[in-house]
Write a protein that binds this ligand. Structure first.
Ligand SMILES: Cc1ncc(COP(=O)(O)O)c(C=O)c1O
Ligand SMILES: C[C@H](O)[C@H](N)C(=O)O
Length: 349
């Protein structure tokens, strides 16, 4: 049983079947195929706008490609201090932008506040050729702490960013989980709130390997085709990425899968409440549960072969559990039963 990441899940049968259908006949390469056209149509229907779509195979590639189209080499990208783009992408955004600077902003529960953004922007030097220049704001939705920006929070942050000439990127590796919780239209927490480009995550939500960079202002996408090619992410058999995206969006599957993951995170949160001495590190708003467990429980769960992240570092009792489309109630109940047993025995195995 593995709660280390949503990435640990299998691929839903519907996606595998879509790949098999795409495999039944030849098709034009490099995105000139019908499946890629179908994926584009479905994204435009979902977001209710004439967006431009570029499929890639990883979330890191999606973020780095998106940022490279809205930030020059001398630009500054403002993000939360715990953002994936600054913490876990091995310099990919800096590499794809040819040297832009990522500027970390602190904020509770993994979120940037208007005050925090305004404070950092007050230190910039627009037009000073000796200084890097404010260029982009990147927000993760859901955040790396499993929390969410409300529509009005996105709108406020985007307004500040645009007033300072910045473009707004959203890292949507868990965008589906955010929409499932917020129950908003996707447009309401993206372009209508001021987001210019979205990394739409499908992989964590079940896809084998498919992410889509969505430009809500197609003019921002002028360089994307060239930059994606230079980054080695133009798949000659693009139909196999597009099939995953099109299948995810069909019949609202993407939301059903995310709703299941979120519901299991909620079940886990309720179960942990029965564990004396357990403390949630952040509010649970999507499919990630961060908790400080009673002494010995994390070791016991690890000895049981249950997978999870030691978020506080090796041996730490501060852990992260991530649920996914495939997580079942009995998985959660087993985890909680084992945790209660280890707590009762003081972690003595
Ligand atoms: C918030 C966030 N953004 C982006 C990514 C990058 O995705 P990938 O691991 O596919 O590069 C991840 C991790 O998977 C993530 O958690
Ligand atoms: C942190 C790791 O890079 C991955 N994005 C995950 O959330 O599991």
């Amino acid at each position: 049983m593995n709660f280390a990441s949503d990435n640990v899940a299998s691929v839903p049968q519907e996606i595998l079947e879509a790949i098999a259908v795409a495999n039944q006949s030849s098709a034009m390469p490099y995105g000139a195929d019908d499946m890629t056209a179908l994926a584009l149509r479905r994204f435009r229907e979902l977001f209710e706008c004439e967006l431009a779509m570029f499929a890639v195979a990883t979330g890191t590639a999606a973020n780095a490609l998106a940022l490279s189209c809205i930030c020059p080499p001398w630009g500054e990208i403002y993000c939360h201090e715990g953002a994936h783009i600054i913490e876990s992408e091995c310099g990919a955004p800096e590499f794809f932008t040819n040297g832009a600077k990522l500027v970390p902003i602190p904020g509770e529960n993994g979120k940037i506040t208007p005050e925090g953004l305004t404070q950092v922007l007050a230190t910039t030097a627009p037009g000073n050729p000796q200084k890097t220049q404010p260029a982009a704001l990147s927000l993760s939705q859901a955040t790396e702490c499993g929390t969410l920006y409300q529509p009005d929070e996105i709108h406020t942050l985007a307004e500040i960013a645009h007033a300072h000439g910045l473009k707004v990127h959203m890292d949507g590796a868990r965008f589906a989980n955010a929409v499932a919780t917020l129950a908003t239209a996707p447009s309401e927490i993206t372009w209508e709130a001021g987001v210019d480009v979205l990394s739409f995550g499908a992989t964590k939500n079940g896809a084998l390997a498919a992410e889509a960079v969505l430009f809500f202002d197609p003019a921002l996408a002028d360089e994307a085709a060239f930059r994606r090619k230079r980054g080695g992410h133009v798949f000659s058999k693009m139909r196999f990425l597009s099939a995953q995206l099109a299948a995810s969006l069909a019949d609202g599957r993407w939301l059903s899968w995310a709703t299941q993951a979120n519901a299991m995170a909620e079940r886990l949160t309720q179960g942990l409440a029965r564990l004396p001495g357990t403390r949630l590190l952040y509010p649970v708003e999507a499919n990630e549960v961060f908790a400080a467990l009673p002494d010995g429980v994390a070791d016991g769960l690890e000895a049981d072969g249950i997978g999870f992240y030691r978020w506080g570092g090796p041996g730490s009792s501060e852990v992260r559990f991530v649920t996914n489309w495939q997580t079942l109630p009995q998985d959660i109940d087993y985890l909680i039963d084992r945790a209660l047993m280890h707590a009762a025995r003081g972690g003595r195995g």
